[in-house]
Design a protein around this ligand. Structure first.
Ligand code: FES
Length: 289
């Protein structure tokens, strides 16, 4: 089938999640065959547009899907499904913004890919007039975009603290929501501030004030930074509320439905499953492994 074709009707939804009392906001995952309708370079990313209406109506900000590796041209190897966090959720499907080396970036228009989702917990987003701060590096920025769009649509002020290696690796700001207040840091100083996220959040400029400005923070960076970012948060906030700062942690996903513990994340309250309790966790509760 060619570009912009029409996907076959998805297979009947199959309940794949063990019963978990009190999790009514999480919709039952389904498997569906999505059609790739467009693949194109989009700034530093590869845009992969997937048509999957039965799935798109279920995915909330913070949730993810997994792709059958046999659907992907280039595989990381093994038989594990690949977790994918959508950058945009449309009525008809999902848009992915992927690093060019990601196996799903090699998909071609007209291909079909078997998806399982939605997986994980929807994010708890603030309500107006609360303010949302996003902290991301370039690789993980797309994972926060659904939350940014939803919070802005709800009327919340949203600021983004974004770190990229160099100006050439920056996603064009014109492609981001106009109402988003962007604070940029580059490792080589070619755009925005010179340095790293930590330099900025622990320095003497205005960035540390963002930690006191925000009513909620979402973080998506290399997890090795999370302990230091947690310290910076504790230094700025005397007694942050639970889930004040939520950080993306998405380890290897095996079953995707809470049955295998293969995605365990250590926290101060014991191990949690990324596929059912995450993939965003309280930054101040996460334990270094
Ligand atoms: S991947 Fe099996 S419990 Fe999460």
């Amino acid at each position: 089938m060619g570009i912009h074709g029409t996907a076959d009707p998805p297979p009947p939804a199959r309940d794949l999640r063990p019963a978990r009392p009190g999790r009514s906001r999480q919709m039952t995952p389904i498997q569906t065959d999505a059609l790739v309708t467009e693949v194109a370079a989009d700034g530093p990313y590869q845009l992969v547009r997937l048509q999957a209406p039965a799935l798109a109506t279920r995915v909330q900000p913070g949730q993810f899907v997994t792709a059958d590796p046999s659907s992907l041209r280039a595989s990381l190897g093994g038989a594990l499904r690949h977790p994918l966090l959508p950058a945009t959720v449309r009525a008809e499907g999902l848009d992915l913004l992927l690093p060019p080396a990601h196996p799903a970036a090699a998909l071609a228009a007209g291909q079909r890919v078997n998806l399982l989702g939605p997986l994980g917990k929807p994010l708890r987003l603030p309500h107006p007039p609360a303010r949302l701060l996003l902290v991301a590096d370039g690789q993980h920025l797309p994972a926060l975009l659904p939350a940014a769009h939803r919070a802005l649509a709800n009327g919340c002020p949203v600021a983004l603290l974004l770190s990229v290696p160099t100006a050439a690796a920056l996603y064009p700001p014109s492609r981001l929501p106009p109402a988003l207040e962007i604070h940029l840091v580059t490792a080589d100083g070619s755009a925005g501030h010179d340095g790293s996220l930590l330099d900025l959040l622990t320095g003497s400029g205005e960035a540390p004030l963002l930690l006191t400005w925000a009513d909620r923070i979402l973080l998506a960076t290399d997890p090795v930074l999370y302990p230091a970012l947690a310290e910076a948060t504790r230094a700025a906030r005397l007694s942050p509320s639970p889930d004040f700062a939520q950080a993306l942690l998405l380890p290897t996903i095996v079953c995707g439905v809470g049955a295998c513990r293969g995605c365990a994340v250590p926290t101060r309250r014991g191990y949690r499953r990324a596929c059912t309790d995450g993939p965003f966790f309280d930054l101040l509760e996460v334990e270094a492994e």
